[in-house]
Design a protein around this ligand. Sequence first.
Ligand SMILES: Cc1ncc(COP(=O)(O)O)c(C=O)c1O
Length: 394
Amino acid sequence: MNLENIDKQYVLNTYNRNYVNFKRGVNATLFDENNKKYIDFTSGIGVVSVGHGNKAVADVIYKQVSSLTHMSNLYEIEPQSLLAKKLVELSGYDMACFFGNSGAEANEGAIKIARKYGQEKFDSKKYKVITLENSFHGRTITTVKASGQKAMHKDSFSPYPDGFSYDVSIKDIYKSIDKHTVAVMIELVQGEGGVQPLDKQEVKDLATYLKKHDILLIVDEVQTGAYRTGEFLCSNLYDIEPDIITMAKGVGGGVPIGIVLTKHKNLLVPGDHGSTFGGNFLSTAAALEVCSILEDIKTSGELDKTSEYFAKKVHKLYKNHKDIFAKNVGIALMQGLRVKKEEVLQKLITNAFNEGVLVLRAGQNTLRFLPPLTITNDEIDLGFERLENAIKNV
Ligand SMILES: Cc1ncc(COP(=O)(O)O)c(C=O)c1O
């Protein structure tokens, strides 16, 4: 049986999988089993932030697992404590961290913290969380319900937990707030929803209003965090101070990790929350190295230069093909191109794949780019050359 058939027989069919067998990667370049070369503008959906086959991260992982991979959260975990300190310092906020294994798990943790806040802080319990209609917050039952996209609320998985409502835009949130509202949860740039940045002033006004009314602001930075939008957190870029921030994806560079950061440091007590694997030696040692690499490329100015170069290339593609693209959206290395006709999108992604450049979709009408943050100009040039070829045949 070949690999494709093994996969089809033994792995549940939950993804529209492309049957290509990648064997190795060097930064933003991948090679398949036939040594065909692909430029990766996806980084595994915003995960491989420091590139494929990163030697420094590999060395740290090897060294760590050669001594200790996992113990448990019942004992001190040196890289976990150091990573928490690093994340808090990079965030610039006075917060503390909880470690899990994924974005959805981080958002579950954030919702639990908000619910406990709603229980402890007020005479009658507050528990409702408002999110945006176009949002995506994960695939667990609760985070599916927290996601505003209607297509996510499939009847097959009902009943869902109570306490979530959705608004089309930030401006609509004010009138939805009632005496039970404990939190508003947003992505500052909606990733899965179409690489859509929220308006900065609207977000700042909302943050001020929520603070005044003692309603928590949860910012889901699972996709935007770890310098994806130019600053360590997109919240830094938007100049706001959330109560709770969730991170995952790019923080571990490919090692599974999810993080809740909150300024409500003493709300959870032993027994309230936990995770067997969360924050273990392996993931936190790797993430510590990833964060230090990312901090270095930010401080040296390299990241800003790469972001500018990449964004210019996306914009040029948009300008060259206004017959296909309606709009260029996104911030820094989180870019999108809205297509005019939805049916063109899959054709474009397939052609690009055949030409040897990997791109993503977001929603029904957005071509999405999430390259490794360490991508070189040569890789960028080659990727866009191939994209031009891909566009010729749509
Ligand atoms: C904004 C946002 N939140 C949450 C998630 C869920 O993360 P995970 O797939 O790691 O559970 C994603 C994943 O794409 C995301 O983009």
